[in-house]
Design a binder for this molecule. Structure first.
Ligand SMILES: [Zn+2]
Length: 336
């Protein structure tokens, strides 16, 4: 067993604070709260990435101001060990461990794969009406949902949290890729881990998710959805040099401005300058849209060492953390 059943924090634990409570957990944890209708279930997963605290903070807020959930609700705090490593909420995954949200539906030696398999086994056994997996982006930006399916159910659950839904064909081993007709599973990206607004998105969305009796009904007052299809994941090729600087760094294969994340979800005009390329030019970068399309030179061109957009595009999930940009990706984009 890699996933531990834990109970509601005691009054003294609530007073000692969130990090102290996480410290009492035996690792990946599962907490069940019976609801008004105990024949139905919903699942909230969070902290698959240890540096993404908004979901956990929202849960902590709920512990302090609890109310009766509409249906029996299960909470999973996944990568507690990474969250507690070093400065709390600074580590995505431990260095010798895989990214836990790349372990679903995949096999591997590390026990992170066992945690992922146990989470999925519980979800399959419970047949919950929906699963939300709450994350933060590593750069600053607005909230959005990510799904691999665009249907009514996924749209309804998304709109409890946010006004944007990305429908992706990229497959990485994320929890939301395990979605099904019976149990929609979505990623909710609340916005940057440092953004105060992200904590509010998680808190309000969680409230709606726990409180709403029928989450698949048209709820008035919730967000109309802006839908984005087929995002392209953009990466620097392995072993290459990435810098964040406000001018070109000579030895870097790619230099990006340190405030590039201010473009998150804003439309950028064709020919907009994104950064500076090195000696390898565009060949330093690679793309993945999950369907074998959108090669790098369909999206960008190089002019006098500058990386420019071929068409009007929207960039998102832009990170300015070099380690995450290199291990995960630089950003995602959709072109007009
Ligand atoms: Zn994440």
């Amino acid at each position: 067993m890699k996933l531990h059943d834990v109970s509601w924090p005691t009054q003294s634990e609530l007073e000692r604070g969130l990090v102290a409570w996480l410290d009492t957990l035996p690792g990946a944890s599962w907490l069940t709260l019976p609801g008004r209708d105990q024949s139905r279930h919903r699942v909230v997963v969070t902290l698959l990435h240890g540096n993404e605290p908004s979901g956990t903070k929202a849960l902590w807020h709920f512990f302090h101001q609890p109310f009766e959930c509409a249906v029996t609700t299960h909470f999973c705090l996944a990568n507690v060990n990474a969250a507690l490593f070093d400065t709390p909420f600074s580590t995505r995954h431990l260095e010798n461990k895989p990214d836990m949200n790349r372990c679903f539906g995949r096999n591997g030696d590390d026990d992170s794969y066992d945690v992922a398999a146990e989470i999925m086994a519980r979800i399959r056994a419970l047949k919950p009406e929906a699963v939300v997996d709450i994350h933060n982006t590593s750069g600053s930006g607005p909230s959005f949902a990510v799904t691999i399916v665009d249907d009514e159910k996924h749209r309804h659950v998304s709109s409890l949290f946010t006004e944007r839904m990305l429908c992706s064909s990229v497959r990485l081993g994320a929890l939301m890729e395990q979605t099904s007709e019976e149990t929609p599973i979505l990623t909710i990206e609340c916005g940057g881990a440092q953004d105060v607004a992200a904590d509010e998105v998680a808190k309000n969305g969680l409230h709606h998710f726990l409180h709403t009796d029928d989450i698949f009904q048209n709820h008035t007052g919730f967000w109309p959805l802006d839908l984005l299809y087929h995002p392209v994941r953009v990466q620097l090729k392995p072993e290459l040099e990435l810098c964040y600087h406000d001018r070109k760094v000579d030895e870097a294969d790619l230099t990006l401005p340190p405030d590039i994340d201010r473009h998150n979800f804003g439309w950028m005009a064709a020919d907009s300058m994104i950064g500076w390329l090195g000696a390898k030019g565009l060949d330093a970068m690679t793309t993945n849209d999950g369907e074998g399309g959108h090669p790098i030179d369909a999206l960008f061109y190089e002019q006098d060492g500058e990386l420019r957009l071929k068409q009007a595009s929207k960039l998102f999930m832009i990170t300015t953390r070099r380690d995450i940009a290199l291990s995960d990706c630089l950003f995602y984009m959709v072109a007009d």
